[in-house]
Design a protein around this ligand. Structure first.
Ligand SMILES: Cc1cc2nc3c(=O)[nH]c(=O)nc-3n(C[C@H](O)[C@H](O)[C@H](O)COP(=O)(O)OP(=O)(O)OC[C@H]3O[C@@H](n4cnc5c(N)ncnc54)[C@H](O)[C@@H]3O)c2cc1C
Length: 272
């Protein structure tokens, strides 16, 4: 993966299981046949980043359908395995540089050692352990996306003229940019504190959720306010600010929605 020879994807979400991940219905049935010990996997996934290109899929499936979250296991799947197929590359409103797909598993047989960690029922714990890192990465995307949106806007407002002067001279423009820059600086301080906590092995799930919530909401708001300063040009795909605007939107959804982040923070405050 590091050398670029293998591209990976993580398959958690299903048509009937997004925020409520434990409702997933893809099953992995343990079998012992002429090929030895293994699992037969049936089901489907949706919205999987890298789905079209993935060589390796980390797949969440139920090894015990009656056990709720404790029945979920993760499998390392080679995507050349018979029974695996990819749906269309889904058409998104933004993030066109990345592919997002449905995936299907039809009697897909994997060897027993495809079970990540070697013990069934650990999948939920494994995902919960790693999700703070994914949320930290989305925090990085959010803060730096907002900085990028501000950068292209700073340049534009000094060039665009209206009423005989650059639009940078209007108090509304100056106040908007000052507020955006201030909000970004505060978010970046929070991000840096989370990165340092992560490096010490001390990033709490609730801090990662709060960062993901704050940085993704910030990026959407900043992209929207900056786009406004471009007037009609901001709505044209020719201008990069329109891409910041469409790309920002999904940060509030993937990696856990803003509402789920609020639930996680509230749970840490209230104890349930
Ligand atoms: C571009 C993109 C890439 C993605 N990449 C991946 C990937 O690589 N791997 C993967 O597994 N998944 C991926 N996802 C899926 C993503 O994580 C889910 O879309 C997300 O978790 C939300 O699930 P859902 O779409 O089923 O929405 P739902 O869970 O149906 O939510 C619908 C609405 O209800 C709200 N809601 C749900 N439960 C609650 C609650 N308890 N309290 C309050 N509000 C609630 C949500 O916040 C949301 O507003 C991707 C999605 C997109 C769009």
């Amino acid at each position: 993966m590091v050398s670029g020879q293998a591209i990976a994807a993580i398959g958690m979400t299903e048509p009937g299981a997004g925020s409520d991940l434990k409702a997933l219905r893809t099953t992995a049935r343990r079998v012992h046949d002429e090929a030895g010990e293994g699992y037969v996997i049936n089901g489907s996934k949706i919205f999987i980043s890298n789905g079209q290109n993935a060589d390796l899929l980390v797949l969440a499936a139920k090894t015990d359908s009656a056990a709720g979250a404790k029945g979920v296991s993760l499998f390392l799947v080679d995507t050349t395995t018979p029974g695996f197929s990819r749906g269309a590359n889904l058409e998104k409103v933004g993030q066109h540089a990345g592919d997002t797909s449905e995936l299907f598993f039809n009697d897909m047989r994997v060897p027993a050692d495809a079970l990540l960690g070697g013990v069934e029922g650990q999948g939920f714990v494994q995902m919960m352990r790693e999700l703070p890192r994914e949320r930290l990465i989305i925090g990085v995307q959010g803060v730096n996306g907002a900085k990028g949106a501000l950068d292209v806007t700073l340049q534009y407002v000094q060039e665009r003229q209206a009423f005989g002067q650059p639009i940078a001279q209007f108090q509304n423009t100056r106040f908007t940019l000052a507020q955006v820059a201030t909000d970004i600086a505060a978010a970046e301080a929070f991000l840096n504190a989370c990165v340092q906590a992560y490096l010490r092995g001390e990033l709490s799930p609730e801090a990662a959720s709060a960062l993901k919530l704050h940085a993704s909401e910030l990026f959407s708001r900043v992209a929207d306010e900056c786009l406004q300063l471009f007037g009609g040009y901001g709505y044209m795909t020719e201008y990069p600010i329109s891409r910041f605007w469409t790309d920002a939107r999904v940060l509030r959804i993937y990696g856990g929605t803003s509402e789920i982040m609020k639930e996680l923070v509230a749970r840490s405050l209230l104890g349930r």
